[in-house]
Design a protein around this ligand. Structure first.
Ligand SMILES: CC(=O)SCCNC(=O)CCNC(=O)[C@H](O)C(C)(C)COP(=O)(O)OP(=O)(O)OC[C@H]1O[C@@H](n2cnc3c(N)ncnc32)[C@H](O)[C@@H]1OP(=O)(O)O
Length: 407
């Protein structure tokens, strides 16, 4: 049997790369979308696995900046992980992931994140579910959100083309408010968010953009949405509704409550603590129909990642972390933090007060998964009474982390 080799993608391999992804995901991606998919991953951040001359596996990483509590961190946004069905379960993903970790660390990315195609794949590689997402549905023609203070915003429908500079500041404001949100480059806006090729519509109508502008004309919030379904049972699918100012957000939801000839409004990828039900006169008017895993997070450089985030309380704690795949993370760490200030994470000889594996720490890192929940699931061991509650409090954030897009 020929030896397996892993190397970066070259132009000559592009066709086989696209084909491998289509076969593994059971898709038939049109050429323009294939090219676009490749164009956003720097070639040196790709890994193609070869069995002799044949390309049998793909993986890549977007160099992202992910918002974390109190700031942001460079992050490897892992994507297009596939292995041909003829070559599965021979360790190809395992080898690609080891290479990806090495490259991310070399690029100064202390964390990696991904969306998982299946829930059973990535825990073994040290990823934990750091941000979950919810689907919310409303009946068409529902009463709008109740607010005492009427918003001084004007709603306008705008063309998608050229909208990126208007929307980017709103996205940035969201990143300052919630952890888990990747920064978007101009090309990402243009090619991933605002692009609307007909072959990708999946029987839905064109993507539309509604913005909320303030008195000065600045865009303070926006929503991208589409209609689906036959006349009489049209569903408006809200792809993205972003408005860090709660009053502006209420105005945009009011827009969706008021569109005529709509049976239902469905918004996927909402935060799990979406305030919408609390805005409505009838709490049950907004139905949360699905809650599922969203962003899986992996600490690659554990001390750098833990020192980079802000903590809600002061802390001086010793934690034992198990990490079989990245031994530099494995062992006992002392985490010192002042509330809202600097943090330090250093190796320690002291007896650990808490023990967990790196995937559980990844799940808790953005503040979206209480350690107590992980402890109840048998994933965290409290070795000194009170340690669990203290670390839990320090990791807590006012809002749940949110990943509003799949990458
Ligand atoms: C971020 C993303 O892109 S998510 C997309 C993931 N890709 C897909 O779902 C496409 C279809 N599936 C595939 O292409 C492949 O089956 C992959 C990529 C999921 C796995 O690739 P493989 O080369 O078969 O994985 P590999 O042989 O390295 O397996 C490593 C371990 O993970 C386990 N594993 C692999 N895939 C799965 C799975 N889908 N569910 C549960 N366990 C899995 C293996 O059993 C193995 O376990 P072991 O270490 O105990 O022996």
């Amino acid at each position: 049997m020929p030896e397996l080799a892993i190397r970066s993608l070259t132009d000559a391999d592009a066709g086989a790369w696209d084909e491998c992804i289509d076969v593994a995901f059971h898709e038939a991606t049109p050429p323009a979308s294939r090219e676009r998919g490749r164009s956003l991953i720097p070639p040196e951040r790709t890994a193609a696995a070869f069995d002799g001359e044949r390309l049998v596996g793909t993986s890549g990483a977007y160099p992202q900046r992910l918002s974390i509590p109190g700031g942001e961190l460079p992050c490897a946004g892992v994507t297009v992980v596939t292995v041909l069905p003829t070559h599965r379960r021979r360790g190809i993903l395992t080898r690609m992931m080891a290479r990806l970790f090495e490259q991310a660390l070399a690029a100064g990315e202390p964390i990696a994140a991904l969306w998982a195609a299946e829930g059973g794949i990535y825990g073994r590689f040290g990823y934990g579910v750091a941000a979950r997402t919810a689907t919310i549905e409303l009946d068409g023609g529902s009463p709008p959100p109740v607010r005492a203070d009427a918003p001084a915003v004007e709603l306008a429908l705008l063309p998608l083309e050229g909208a990126a500079p208007l929307l980017a500041p709103v996205w940035e404001a969201l990143r300052a408010r919630r952890a888990g949100v990747p920064a978007r480059a101009e090309a990402w806006w243009r090619r991933r968010v605002l692009d609307d090729p007909e072959h990708e519509r999946d029987r839905r109508r064109p993507k539309r953009l509604v913005v909320a502008r303030d008195d000065g004309g600045a865009v303070r919030g926006y929503a991208l949405y589409r209609a689906r379904g036959p006349e009489g049972s049209t569903v408006l699918e809200v792809d993205e509704l972003i408005a860090p100012d709660p009053v502006v957000e209420a105005a945009l939801w009011g827009f969706f409550c008021g569109v005529d000839l709509v049976e239902r409004v469905r918004a996927e990828l909402r935060p799990v603590d979406d305030p919408l039900p609390y805005r409505l006169a009838d709490f049950r008017q907004a139905r949360t129909t699905v809650v599922e895993d969203g962003l899986w997070l992996r600490l690659l450089d554990l001390p750098a990642a833990l020192a980079a985030r802000a903590y809600a309380t002061g802390l001086d704690m010793t934690i034992a972390v198990a990490d079989a795949r990245l031994p530099a993370n494995d062992g006992t760490w002392r985490l010192e933090a002042s509330p809202g200030g600097d943090a330090r994470c250093t190796r320690s000889d002291r007896a650990p007060q808490l023990a967990l594996d790196v995937a559980a720490l990844g799940a808790a890192y953005l503040g979206g998964t209480p350690l107590a929940r992980l402890a109840d699931a048998g994933r965290v061991r409290e070795l000194e009474p009170g340690a669990l509650a203290r670390l839990d409090l320090a990791l807590r954030t006012p809002r749940a982390p949110w990943i509003p897009e799949i990458f």
